[in-house]
Write a protein that binds this ligand. Structure first.
Ligand SMILES: Cc1cc2nc3c(=O)[nH]c(=O)nc-3n(C[C@H](O)[C@H](O)[C@H](O)COP(=O)(O)OP(=O)(O)OC[C@H]3O[C@@H](n4cnc5c(N)ncnc54)[C@H](O)[C@@H]3O)c2cc1C
Length: 394
């Protein structure tokens, strides 16, 4: 029986192990931690958003977006097969898929027990330190043992949340086999900003539209809940734009927030405000926004808030601060806070089944790849799609 070694017992490694047993391979998963799936347990605030009904390719990204679609052919079929095999009852919440238990632990336990039941050998406390290939056999050296196999699957994760075990080892293994790594950066992460008002808006959660401009070109807009913090911005909308924020090298990046996303432009907002003309500006803003945020905007606009709207000369400044508030981004937070890694093993050097074009029987799956997804279950979907395609191909 041919042997397969998988490095990493995260969601991609275990999903692949389960699929490989269908091919009747002898499967060993080597995991450096004492336990499996440490990162998976953190997902979706412990509830694990493991997929999404909307499988439009626009939710997936890569440095090489042009060829991405080739790798995701029939993605719906692979995801369905995975959910069926996993045997966990799922629920659909506005298109987002969760285990009905609301516990990431359910998914983690199901992956481990399914793999074990099928005869997969999971060996914990095995930190893989070196991988070579001699005469068609992979030689895998760990902190205390040596293993050999005909197939090798690298499922080590990337660099995000390093305390869960993903410390970038997969990139080193890939480079040893002459693969290129596309520029790495933290993704789905908070953005640190500069501004005297940050301490005043800390703790506010509100709906907003956030726009990212790179070199004065509108690059991404996202609408949803934003969290305002004492060192910048957070929440799902921020996370969605953070991945592109890091992707672009330019020093000219600007972020604008529309705190009243129901108004599309200044004209519409001005008309609304003028209709409420009898109220003071203070009252007006407090009627429209979180009160702390209303105070921040009034203070930032340097306006006499007792005036009525019709008495204000620089009304456009106020309107702009309401729907085009410019924050000064400094940088995103680092990998400790990131959900994913942007960049990774270059797709051009892998065939459609995630097998190396340089070394037969060598595969890369999951977060180690140069593919990233939006918030909403797309990153775990990447794990499952790549794991099943690689598993099928071995
Ligand atoms: C806080 C948080 C919330 C998230 N929420 C969601 C969500 O709701 N939905 C979603 O789709 N995605 C979410 N993600 C992203 C998702 O968790 C990752 O995309 C996914 O875990 C990547 O899976 P993986 O198997 O590729 O890598 P990992 O989960 O990182 O697993 C890799 C495994 O390999 C092991 N390993 C690494 N190097 C070695 C080595 N040298 N030897 C042996 N073992 C090794 C590691 O210890 C680890 O167990 C979230 C991430 C975080 C941090």
């Amino acid at each position: 029986m041919k042997r397969a070694i998988i490095i990493g017992a995260g969601p991609s490694g275990l999903a692949c192990a389960i699929r490989l047993r269908k091919n009747n391979l002898d499967v060993t998963v080597l995991e450096k931690n004492e336990t499996c799936c440490k990162k998976l347990l953190l997902t979706g605030n412990g509830r694990c958003n493991l997929g999404n009904e909307d499988q439009d390719i626009s939710h997936y990204h890569s440095t090489n977006n042009d060829i991405l679609e080739n790798y995701f052919e029939d993605k719906e079929k692979y995801l369905e097969e995975f959910y069926e095999d996993l045997g966990v009852l799922l629920k659909n919440k506005n298109g987002y898929l969760y285990p009905n238990s609301n516990q990431a632990k359910t998914v983690c336990d199901a992956l481990i027990s399914k793999a074990k039941e099928l005869g997969v050998r999971i060996i914990n406390n095995q930190n893989v330190v070196e991988v070579t290939r001699v005469d068609g056999i992979f030689k895998v050296k760990t902190n205390d043992n040596n293993y050999e196999s005909e197939f090798l699957i690298v499922a080590t994760g990337g660099l995000a949340a390093p305390k869960t075990g993903s410390t970038g080892d997969g990139y080193t293994f890939a480079k040893n086999f002459k693969h290129n790594i596309r520029k790495l950066s933290p993704g789905l992460v908070q953005i640190e900003c500069d501004g005297y008002y940050l301490k005043d808006w800390a703790g506010i959660r509100t709906d907003a539209a956030v726009k990212l401009y790179v070199d004065d070109k509108l690059t991404k807009v996202d609408v949803g809940e934003i969290q305002l913090t004492n060192d910048g911005i957070s929440g799902i909308v921020t996370m969605q734009i953070s991945s592109l924020f890091n992707y672009y090298e330019s020093d000219n990046k600007k972020i604008f927030i529309n705190f009243l996303p129901m108004f599309e432009d200044l004209r519409e907002l001005r008309q609304y405000l003028l209709r409420q003309g009898n109220l003071s500006i203070r009252q007006l803003l407090h009627n429209m926004l979180n009160s702390k945020l209303a105070n921040v905007i009034l203070d930032y606009t340097h306006i006499n808030s007792n005036l009525k709207i019709s008495e204000i000369k620089n009304l456009d400044v106020l309107l702009n601060n309401l729907i085009n508030f410019e924050v000064k981004p400094i940088k995103t937070k680092d990998y400790d806070y990131a959900q994913i890694t942007i960049g990774g093993v270059s797709l051009e050097e892998l065939n459609k089944n995630f097998e190396s074009k340089f070394v037969n029987n060598l595969y890369f799956i999951g977060e180690v790849l140069d593919i990233n997804g939006d918030c909403g279950g797309y990153n775990l979907s990447i794990c499952f799609i790549s794991a099943l395609k690689a598993g099928e191909s071995c």
